[in-house]
Ligand binder design. Structure first.
Ligand code: KG4
Ligand code: ZN
Length: 338
């Protein structure tokens, strides 16, 4: 089954063709990162306009690169939530008109379910059940993936997402947007014991996380150094910060593996590219004797291949939309409107 998949929820426009949920025939991506960089973050209005400009050309590119014709497309899939509403709408409208014109089913895919499914592309042998740590720019959660479309959220951030904090601290350190990768790189030569940052335990649920206090502590430390004219050891601060984020995530993921008894652990989302988190997750899983799945960096960030992968399983569980499909800025991974 060939699925034409569309992703436009933030600042990447992407169109992919994925066969039977696992084989990527092509994944054409147009990134807007350079455009938004001068503003220090994504400008929603600009993002929507650029998606409109890029999407038709990308769909043509996908068909050409895959070497298939329109008649060979069996279904059209699209990210319908969550994201910047104007940006998601561009993809949803394009997908609806394409499905209508081709006379093929339309499959709505939740963006975060897509991030999880990136692992099905990277690891053809991976099947649910498994625990998945989702860490992206907008979401941070630990999910028990019971089946391809049956999931339980074990814990989530109570405030900011991990990626948001990486980006904010990086911005204050003068790194270009999105600064997570630059902060990660700088951390490599730092001494993480030089600065002490908090590791709060929020709420009642042992799987829940909080990043806003950690972010504020790092920002205060930077501003204080500026105010008193103290020179900051940037690599060491980056190393301390990365260590604190990892310490928030990894013990909770460990607990999730222990409590659920799952033997497989996957990681998903842009922050899954972080070298410290990858290292700590790997050694924790090794200690528990669990199998760990870390997608390659190209599949951690936003792409349409992951949407095409999840769409295959959504289709087989009967999740097909009509032309009334709407776009949503927020929606739970379980499908509830927030
Ligand atoms: O999943 P994603 O591409 O977009 C969302 O759905 O949000 O995630 C983007 C986030 C950004 O915050 C970016 O700074 C972060 O992933 N990121 C990283 C690294 N690479 C990307 N954060 C920490 N370390 C990295 N190496
Ligand atoms: Zn994403």
């Amino acid at each position: 089954m060939n699925i034409l998949a569309i992703e436009s929820s933030c600042d990447e426009t992407a169109v992919a063709i994925v066969q039977d949920g696992r084989t990527v025939l092509t994944d054409c991506i147009s990134s807007q990162v350079e455009l938004h960089r001068i503003y220090g973050g994504v400008v929603p209005e600009i993002a929507s306009r650029k998606h409109i400009e890029a999407i038709y050309g990308l769909a043509d590119c996908a068909l050409r690169e895959a070497g298939i014709e329109r008649k060979d497309i069996d279904a059209v899939a699209v990210t319908y939530a969550p994201g910047l509403i104007g940006a998601v709408l561009v993809g949803v409208n394009f997908a609806k008109s394409t499905a209508l014109a081709l006379g093929k089913p339309l499959i709505p895919v939740h963006h975060i379910r897509g991030h999880i499914a990136a692992n099905y592309i990277a690891f053809p042998e991976l099947e649910p059940p498994f625990v998945c740590l989702v860490v992206s720019g907008g979401h941070t959660m630990i999910v028990d993936v019971r089946d391809y479309t049956d999931m339980e959220i074990l814990g989530t951030t109570l405030d900011d997402a991990a990626g948001e904090c990486f980006d904010k601290v990086a911005r204050v350190l003068g790194m270009p947007y999105p600064g997570g990768a630059a902060l990660d790189k700088a951390a490599a030569s730092g001494d993480e014991t030089k600065y002490v940052l908090p590791r709060p335990h929020p709420g009642q649920n042992p799987f829940d996380m909080s990043f806003s206090g950690l972010k504020t502590a790092a920002l205060n430390l930077i501003h204080h150094a500026e105010q008193v004219g103290e020179s900051l050891d940037v690599p060491s601060l980056c190393a301390s910060f990365s260590g604190a984020v990892s310490d928030m995530l990894v013990p909770r993921v460990r607990l999730a593996l222990e409590k659920t008894g799952r033997r497989r652990l996957a990681v998903a989302g842009g922050v899954a590219a972080n070298s410290r988190i990858r290292r700590d997750i790997t050694s924790m899983a090794k200690e528990l004797g669990a199998e760990v799945y870390l997608p390659p960096l190209s599949l951690c960030g936003d792409n349409a291949a992951m949407i095409g992968a999840q769409a295959y399983y959504e289709y087989h569980s009967g999740n097909i939309a009509g032309m009334e499909l709407n776009a949503y800025a927020t929606k739970s991974i379980l499908g509830e409107t927030l």
